[in-house]
Design a protein around this ligand. Structure first.
Ligand code: HEM
Length: 528
């Protein structure tokens, strides 16, 4: 009896101490006179996401609305009990992302270089290490390098036509097909492998790729914990990726690099450029690598770094672009006049280029770019952007100090759906991105690729593969929304990238008079 009594007292004391600790945590913003929307104990402002009642995109829109209607330029929210700074004013956002970037260099994504080498990639790593690697990798994404990889991207449309032609007369889950298309492209460009998931949807690469974005509930909770307490989790040697994923990608890269080096193979892709960085510390055809006074030895990258970078190019590159193409085709299917207009432009530009689908022709499809930008406005694949305050920061024209270590959440989707910047924001209107209209909006009101020194390094590649896929499809097929698409669209709660419940299903008709004349297929492998 006495034991039970002591145990009971101990339990009550623990609960009380916990309550005191949480109470203290939840006073973080009010103690600093910073507004925060109503929260619930333990779950903070994220209860509905944690309970999978709504998606990360929905909660972003809801929070933005709350801040806006309260007339706040910024405030604080709680992810569970973790305070996060929440700016909605574009000038403050500009200061954080660009002007005072040195106070917000990091993103706050968990990585563990030793236990989990693939997690130590450009998206996650921090401080000087990030800056150094960004400098080394930037030359692999110039427009010259994009031109070099263009043929490899166009080659993947062959598989796309085969799949589409096989499905004539059926409704298609367009996200799945485009996910396979971009898996094949990035697999080819980042890993130098012909995956052919378009024809073989069960390929291991495709399965591994899907698993990265469709996590179980428990896996999502684990990612939350890693995000909230990275230092403690590092001490416990926690991994963010499973051994299965790590071993798979590590082996693919090691085998590929060894094969190329032994057989002296040159291929026009990222892997080739990464191998140059491994062996020479620079790209041989670039006269100068902006290396900030480093010796050659310091410029080289390791095999683990090659694997981590190939991995992030794959992870960051395939789902974002296939999501963009999917929503774009959905909107074009709903807006037949815009679909006709963009198809007419594609035909007109190709005529100008002797019906050759060259890189320069692609770059001249301006209305197509407006259509893609409007898609990225309405459906940015990442609904929020993240930063961590790395040095105490005083918000300009205020007394508010953001303390070192505070996480910052920038509500990208909220900004891009704000009627003050985009009247009638649910309307799909590519004219918003005409030269004249886009210049009339404030800076930082459109940033689907992020902004500042940590902007997406793959913007050019992402736009290139998105355009190639759309041109190939729009020239050869007409699209309509299928009854199988659940409308109004609802966002999936399990995915942190914007995606819809039940997928997007489209009906389509072949346009028989058009076939893209692809560039003559040249072998991509050149053996010295
Ligand atoms: C439509 C396609 C894409 C979209 C919408 C997109 C979006 C983004 C966004 C929003 C960020 C965060 C930027 C910030 O925090 O300011 C980012 C970062 C990044 N993206 Fe992309 N991305 C796309 C395609 C790609 C591709 C194709 C690659 C690689 C081949 C890629 C690689 C990366 C990397 C490595 C980073 C981290 C950059 C750094 O921290 O230095 N992305 N992307």
């Amino acid at each position: 009896m006495e034991v039970i009594g002591t145990f009971g007292i101990l339990m009550i004391s623990c609960v009380f101490l916990m309550w005191l600790w949480l109470k203290n945590r939840y006073s973080y913003w009010s103690n600093r006179n910073i507004w925060s929307p109503p929260y619930t104990f333990i779950w903070g402002n994220m209860k509905s996401v944690l309970f999978q009642e709504c998606s990360f995109a929905d909660i972003t829109l809801k929070h933005y609305e709350l801040f806006k209607s309260a007339g706040k330029k910024y405030g604080g929210i709680y992810m569970l009990w973790l305070p996060m700074f929440y700016p909605i004013d574009l000038d403050i956002i500009k200061s954080i992302m660009q002007v005072d970037f040195q106070h917000f260099v990091d993103r706050g994504v968990y990585y563990n270089e030793k236990a989990d080498p693939l997690s130590a990639h450009l998206f996650a790593i921090e401080g000087k290490k990030w800056k150094l690697l960004r400098n080394k990798l930037s030359p692999t994404f110039t427009s010259g390098k994009m031109k070099m990889m263009y043929e490899t991207v166009v080659d993947c449309t062959v598989g796309l036509f085969k799949v589409m032609d096989k499905e004539i007369g059926n409704s298609v889950d367009i996200k799945d097909i485009l996910g396979r298309f971009t898996t094949d492209i990035i697999g080819s460009c980042a890993f130098g492998i012909d995956i052919n998931s378009l024809e073989n949807p069960d390929s291991e690469f495709r399965e591994k790729g899907k698993a990265l974005f469709h996590r179980s509930y428990l896996d999502n909770i684990k990612q939350f914990i890693l995000f909230m307490a990275p230092n403690q989790m590092k001490k416990l040697n926690m991994k963010s990726l499973s051994d299965d994923v790590t071993n798979f990608f590590m082996n693919v890269v090691k085998e590929n690099v060894a094969y190329r080096e032994e057989n002296n193979i040159f291929r026009k892709d990222f892997m080739h450029l990464l191998i140059q960085l491994k062996n020479k510390g620079k790209l041989v055809d670039d006269e100068k690598l902006d290396s900030e006074n480093l010796t050659d030895g310091e410029n080289t990258i390791t095999m683990e770094e090659i694997a981590a970078e190939a991995f992030i190019f794959f992870e960051a590159g395939f789902e974002t672009s296939s999501t963009t193409m999917t929503f774009c085709l959905y909107e074009l299917a709903k807006n037949q006049d815009i679909q006709d207009k963009v198809r007419q432009e594609i035909k007109r530009v190709l005529q100008k280029y002797d019906e050759k689908f060259t890189y320069d022709a692609l770059m001249n499809m301006n209305y197509l770019e407006q259509v893609i930008n409007e898609t990225l406005r309405k459906y940015p694949p990442l609904p929020t952007l993240n930063r961590v305050c790395t040095k105490d920061y005083k918000i300009p024209s205020s007394d508010v100090i953001i303390e070192k270590g505070t996480k910052v959440l920038i509500p990208l989707l909220g900004i891009q759906r704000d009627p003050d910047f985009y009247p009638d924001p649910d309307k799909f209107d590519p004219e918003r991105f005409s030269e004249e209209n886009k210049n009339s909006r404030p800076a930082y009101s459109f940033m689907p690729f992020g902004e500042g020194p940590r902007v997406c390094i793959g913007t050019r590649f992402g736009m290139m593969q998105t355009k190639v896929g759309l041109v190939a499809l729009l020239l050869n097929y007409e699209f309509f929304v299928s009854d199988k698409t659940r409308e109004p669209l609802q966002y999936e709660s399990e995915s942190f990238i914007i995606s819809t419940k039940g997928g997007i299903w489209l009906d389509f008709k072949k346009i028989s008079s058009n076939t893209i004349e692809l560039l003559p297929h040249k072998s991509n492998e050149i053996i010295h």
